[in-house]
Design a protein around this ligand. Structure first.
Ligand SMILES: [Zn+2]
Length: 72
């Protein structure tokens, strides 16, 4: 059974995703290592969508898809 999961990624140039929590764009800022959380959302075992969050917003939202995994 596939379940939703979240990972932490650095925000890259050209990123235009909107944060699923606050609705603002997850923007790249030069010289700032901003982090975002990207969640693959599954419902009833089927992939539904990808959601993006500011890293802080994901925490504030109560980690809806579980703790975000750090890429090693
Ligand atoms: Zn946000």
């Amino acid at each position: 059974m596939l379940t939703s999961r979240a990972v932490v990624r650095t925000v890259e140039a050209g990123n235009s995703a909107m944060c699923a929590h606050c609705g603002a764009q997850v923007k790249f800022v030069a010289r700032a290592q901003l982090r975002q959380v990207i969640a693959n959302v599954y419902e009833a075992g089927e992939w539904k969508r990808v959601e993006h969050f500011h890293a802080d917003c994901y925490t504030e939202a109560g980690e809806p898809y579980g703790p975000a995994a750090e890429r090693s």
